[in-house]
Design a protein around this ligand. Structure first.
Ligand code: NAP
Ligand code: HSE
Length: 438
């Protein structure tokens, strides 16, 4: 006997919500075949009913009344695509309490309040699916949560933010300014409603927090580890990195080091011949290192309407056929006692790229390298581009960039050296410090 249709509500009909509605409405036969039943959109909740939409829904579906979803017993699944933490948190808890299963792409909410939401879901016998919350269309939650189940994950290296990868690509390959490229990412629907979260590294850190939770059973918030974004980068950093044979990527990393977890999200120099350096535009890539399988690669579109909607729709189908309920029950998420401690931030280690602005006069190099040497920082490469000719009558001391690549050192040693460099009269701003991938 055919199952009755699964009735769903899309809570948030913006970029991604519209994509989900398009897929469900344009491919009903495909969805029915794969779900074993019809999937019907009963409600789509928005803030502003007057806003022009890129989709026409059947009469009575579009609403700004959240209560009409919470109080409708026929709606079994709510697809939360509002984004942000408030009121999404309160709405999601109420939807769970009202007996709805949830599909969400909201990494900010899961990273900050995942424990509360999962506990609420379990208490009410409900399921939360979140494939689209990390890496858009790449099925990375299924990969880590199910397909790699035989492994202890040892490390993850990833590009997890499409907006910043698009910006870096446009700046490197098409000579766009940072502002032009950011505007492009917003126009193409890659950026968050508040793009600061993309460019300052928070979005990638929230996604890394979710992957760390799944891989290591360890609750980490974006504020628990070193996070920096691409918002302070200058085009000159991209050019010097290129001259040295590197590409700059916003790299999210977590690895097990002597039984402790080392996490970071930061702009990182990646050697041009490495696969991560070939990931361009809104694409994401994730390298998973498992103790049994070895290294596994995932790559694809990490942001954008249809790639993200593809992952959301797969979760709806999983709920329709009952697979997601089994998976969710087996996931050991947000448990009380984390099995791994985090490495203290000052003890994490890396190689570094330093761009200093120094006065072009005798002994400057010795002063700078002296500071680094006193903090046990060994140098791998030093470049001081020739200073432009200056007017002989000028009394101003010309300033030049000084590019230094270090060998591996600790964040603590580097921070101490930076503080001392800032005290030198010959060192001026701007100063840029970037990690270098192994
Ligand atoms: P969006 O375009 O800003 O859409 C948000 C939608 O939610 C809009 O329809 C908005 O209504 C509605 N909404 C917001 N606050 C509301 C409230 N208080 N009550 C009722 N409706 C409300 O966002 P998006 O880009 O689709 O992103 C949605 C979620 O997916 C976010 O969590 C985001 O992080 C995640 N995500 C996005 C992408 C991507 O590529 N964009 C990829 C992966 C994950 P109005 O239309 O009336 O303003
Ligand atoms: N703003 C996010 C990004 C959307 O650019 O990656 C996908 O999560």
């Amino acid at each position: 006997m055919a199952l009755p249709p699964l009735q769903i509500a899309i809570v948030g009909l913006g970029n991604v919500g519209t994509g989900v509605a398009k897929i469900l409405m344009e491919h009903p036969d495909r969805i029915r075949q794969r779900s074993g039943r019809m999937v019907e959109i009963r409600k789509a909740v928005v803030r502003d009913l007057q806003k022009p939409r890129d989709i026409t829904l059947p009469p009575g579906v579009l609403t700004n009344d959240m209560e009409s979803v919470i109080n409708d017993p026929n709606i079994q699944v709510a697809v939360e695509l509002m984004g942000g933490i408030h009121p999404a948190r309160e709405v999601m808890l109420r939807l769970l309490e009202a007996g709805k299963d949830i599909v969400t792409a909201n990494k900010a909410l899961l990273c900050e309040h995942g424990d509360e939401i999962f506990e609420c879901a379990r208490r009410h016998g409900r399921t939360v699916c979140f494939e689209a919350a990390v890496a858009g269309g790449i099925p990375i939650i299924a990969a880590v949560g199910q397909s790699m189940a035989a492994n202890q994950i040892l490390g993850i290296q990833a590009i997890l933010n499409g907006t910043t990868n698009y910006i870096l690509t446009e700046m490197l390959l098409r000579g766009q300014s940072y502002e032009e490229a950011l505007q492009g990412a917003q126009d193409l629907g890659y950026a968050e409603a508040d793009p600061t979260l993309d460019v300052n590294g928070t979005d990638a850190a929230q996604k890394l927090g979710i992957l760390a939770q799944l891989s290591f059973g360890c609750k980490v918030k974006a504020t628990d580890f070193h996070v920096s974004g691409i918002d302070k980068l200058e085009r000159t950093d991209i050019q010097y990195a290129k001259e040295l044979g590197y590409t700059i990527k916003l790299l999210a990393r977590v690895r097990l080091v002597n039984g402790q977890l080392e996490l970071s999200v930061r702009p990182t120099l990646v050697r041009q011949d490495r696969p991560l350096a070939q990931i361009h535009g809104p694409f994401n890539a994730i390298l998973l290192d498992g103790d049994v399988v070895g290294t596994v690669w995932y790559s694809g579109r990490g942001a954008g309407q249809l790639p993200t909607a593809s992952a959301v729709t797969a979760d709806i189908i999983d709920l329709a056929i009952g697979r997601a309920q089994l998976t969710f029950a087996c996931l050991d998420l947000w448990r009380e006692t984390p099995p791994f401690e985090l490495v203290p931030p000052n003890d994490t280690t890396s190689r570094y790229f330093l761009r200093l602005t120094v006065e072009d006069r005798p002994n400057v190099m010795a002063e700078v390298t002296g500071v680094l040497g006193r903090h046990g920082i060994s140098l791998a490469t030093v470049i001081q581009p020739e200073a432009p000719e200056v007017d002989a009558s000028s009394t101003a001391v010309p300033r030049v960039p000084l590019i230094i690549m270090t060998h591996r050192t600790s964040t603590g040693n580097l921070a101490a050296a930076e503080r001392e460099l800032d005290q030198l009269a010959v060192v001026h701003s701007p100063r840029m410090v970037l990690a270098v991938a192994d």
